[in-house]
Write a protein that binds this ligand. Structure first.
Ligand code: BES
Ligand code: ZN
Length: 628
């Protein structure tokens, strides 16, 4: 009788999981790419679903609760005892339990291994035969690398605390004990309790309902299998504004109208992307505009892109970031890099698609401008890097995968895609790309799998593309000879003006800039000689008020030039910029430039003393390195 009941309840559980709508998109008995950045053992035992139950404790700056993992043994149960190895970083593990039914849990043996500086510590759990569920009771550290906790004073509204996660590349292990490899896909659900009045949002379904209820008790579910680096949460005084039928924005009340204005084209971007690459498969597409300490420009958390407020320029000129994060809904979230050495598959493809979306909405000249700007920063990187860091399929042995986040995977990767497009023609190429997404949907793939697919579906049919050529792009440093030539007519005019100004042939006041876009301003500034001199800097500033510009990209370029040219009227603005913005792309080069002189280094240290408490752990670690 008892056994019958047990079997019945097991069947019921399985049926429940099925009716709850979690898609079994990854095949059983699959093989997993060897991931040097994870201790986990998906080949023996893999996690398929994560159920989170968290209290968000602002006073202690921790998440406390449980992660209940659904596990599958592969090949199905041979020995009596199984082993599950999870990744963790700075987690406090209270106890671990296992269950065969999901109802009754019993204590399990576990061992937290020694912590590696980059990878964290393996959590090895012994599972009795028949184990289907593993529950870990734990809390995070106040210094979790994947979370930022902010006091009310550090927010725009000054009244409520705020927290947000950033899991890519290997930080989800600092808030979830999990098989933290992009090759191991999981569905997830979550039950989150927050202080009254605050809203929790996640990269999942549930945000709309929770926003209506606002009771401090929130539920979420992600029914598609995603890599762990896409699990995301934020809690704060968040408000919502709709942008379109399936798009909207969450942010603090003080920024809501500004954000909604800036992001008005979001729905159109989704439509354009669908037209090019097939259906958007995730339901809603919302954005969360974070406080300025968010360490990145954007993060493609599914259904809910996280974005820096530094894109709120007031004129919608920096929305390429939205096109980029949205593009990841195909390249990255649907088809995912299996390891961090395959990161270019995520970012190169996305950068290519981002610019195709921009072309759809704003025309070809805009695509070309963005491509030329990207090419400029890539050229800068290539001039500095060792060969091994110029290779798309990058070797990350012994390194933090965050170190692989250079312009190479983005810009060199996107140039490869553009090269393929130009080689076979757009019609054929778009068909290939759509087929690529459809045939690998909800899968994690390696560069090798990609190249084999490319061979069968593009190279074999098109003699103008060769395998040797593709291999050179992917496995060799630098840029191949056949790199696409990108030009922008608008930029050609700007470059001439910049030269004339630098040569003294044209005064700043004789440059007609009233109709320049942000991209043209950026091109103008980065076409000027690096050693322009303080006098010419001053002339530009008087004519165009560059020191007081609010546009973050223009301000960043100008401040970098100001340091290089010892232009002291920008000193106060530099300090204000560095103490109010924590976006790593801006902060890192500014400090790095400052420390090149002893006077600058002293200034950098003084500014950093004030700025550091407001920076995210990732930005702190980066600047600590520069100033050490
Ligand atoms: N997925 C990245 C952000 C990322 C990469 C975070 C690696 C952590 C590790 C995101 O899609 C991205 O590329 N963001 C860019 C902006 C984009 C417009 C190029 C950024 O944050 O600068
Ligand atoms: Zn990206």
């Amino acid at each position: 009788m008892f056994t019958n009941l047990k079997i019945l309840s097991m069947i019921f559980c399985i049926a429940l999981a099925a009716t709850a709508g979690y898609a079994q998109e990854t095949a059983m008995n699959q093989t997993f790419a060897q991931d040097i950045h994870s201790f986990s053992n998906p080949q023996q035992t893999r996690v398929t679903h994560v159920d989170l139950d968290w209290d968000v404790l602002f006073d202690q700056k921790i998440l406390r609760g449980t992660a209940t993992l659904t596990v599958e043994r592969n090949p199905p149960i041979t020995e009596r005892l199984g082993t599950l190895i999870l990744d963790t970083r700075d987690l406090k593990i209270e106890k671990v339990e296992t269950s065969t039914s999901g109802n009754n849990f019993s204590a399990a043996q576990f061992k937290l291994g020694a912590a590696d500086k980059i990878l964290g510590a393996p959590l090895t759990i012994t599972m009795p035969s028949g184990t289907k569920f593993v529950r870990v009771y734990y809390s995070t550290s106040p210094n979790a690398s994947g979370l930022q906790w902010m006091t009310p004073e550090q927010t725009a509204g000054k009244k409520s605390p705020y927290m947000f996660s950033q899991a890519q590349a290997i930080h989800s292990r600092s808030f979830i004990p999990i098989q933290d490899s992009p090759g191991v896909r999981v569905t997830y659900s979550a039950h989150v309790r927050t202080p009254k009045g605050l809203l929790a949002v996640m990269s999942a379904e549930g945000n709309e309902q929770n926003n209506s209820a606002r009771g401090g008790d929130y539920r979420f579910r992600m029914t598609h299998a995603i890599p762990p680096y896409l699990i995301a949460i934020s809690v704060g005084d968040l408000q919502f504004k709709s942008l379109g039928k399936r798009t909207g924005v969450y942010t603090e009340p003080a920024m809501l109208d500004k954000a909604a204005y800036e992001l008005a084209d979001t729905e159109k971007m989704v439509e354009a992307a669908e037209k090019l690459f097939g259906a958007y498969r995730w339901g809603r597409y919302d954005l969360l505009v974070l406080p300025p300490s968010f360490p990145f420009g954007g993060m493609e958390n599914p259904m809910l892109t996280f974005a820096t407020p530094t894109i709120l320029a007031g004129d919608r000129s920096l929305v390429s970031l939205v096109a980029h994060e949205l593009a990841h809904s195909w390249s990255g979230n649907l088809v995912t890099n299996a390891t961090w050495s395959d990161f270019w598959l995520n970012e190169g493809t996305t950068t290519y698609i981002e610019r195709r979306i921009l072309e759809e909405l704003y025309g070809k000249p805009r695509r070309d401008m963005e491509t030329v700007l990207g090419r400029g920063v890539l050229t800068g990187n290539l001039a500095e890097f060792e060969d091994r860091d110029e290779i798309l399929h990058v070797d990350l042995k012994g390194r933090d995968p965050d170190d692989g986040m250079t312009e190479v995977p983005y810009e060199k990767g996107s140039l490869l895609w553009r090269h393929l497009e130009e080689s076979v023609g757009r019609a054929k190429f778009d068909k290939f790309l759509r087929g690529y997404f459809d045939s690998h949907a909800f899968q994690s793939i390696t560069t090798e799998t990609f190249v084999n697919y490319l061979q069968k579906n593009l190279i074999d049919q098109n003699p103008q593309v060769s395998r040797a050529d593709v291999d050179e792009w992917i496995y060799k440093p630098g840029l191949p000879k056949n790199v696409p030539v990108v030009q922008s007519e608008a930029f050609a005019r700007i470059e001439t003006l910049a030269q004339e100004f630098a040569n003294g042939k044209r005064a700043a006041k004789d440059i007609q800039t009233s109709v320049w876009t942000t991209q043209e301003w950026l091109r103008f500034l980065n076409s000027l000689p690096q050693d322009l001199g303080a006098a010419k800097m001053s002339e530009l500033d008087k004519a165009f008020n560059l020191t007081t510009r609010g546009n973050s990209e223009i301000a960043f370029q100008w401040l970098l030039m100001s340091i290089k040219n010892n232009y002291s009227p920008a000193d106060a603005r530099l300090e204000e910029f560095l103490t109010s913005i924590g976006r790593r792309k801006f902060v890192r080069p500014l400090y790095a430039e400052l420390v090149k002189t002893s006077q600058g280094a002293a200034r950098a240290k003084a500014i950093y003393t004030k700025a550091r408490p407001g920076y995210h752990p990732i930005t702190q670690a980066t600047v600590d390195q520069i100033l050490k």
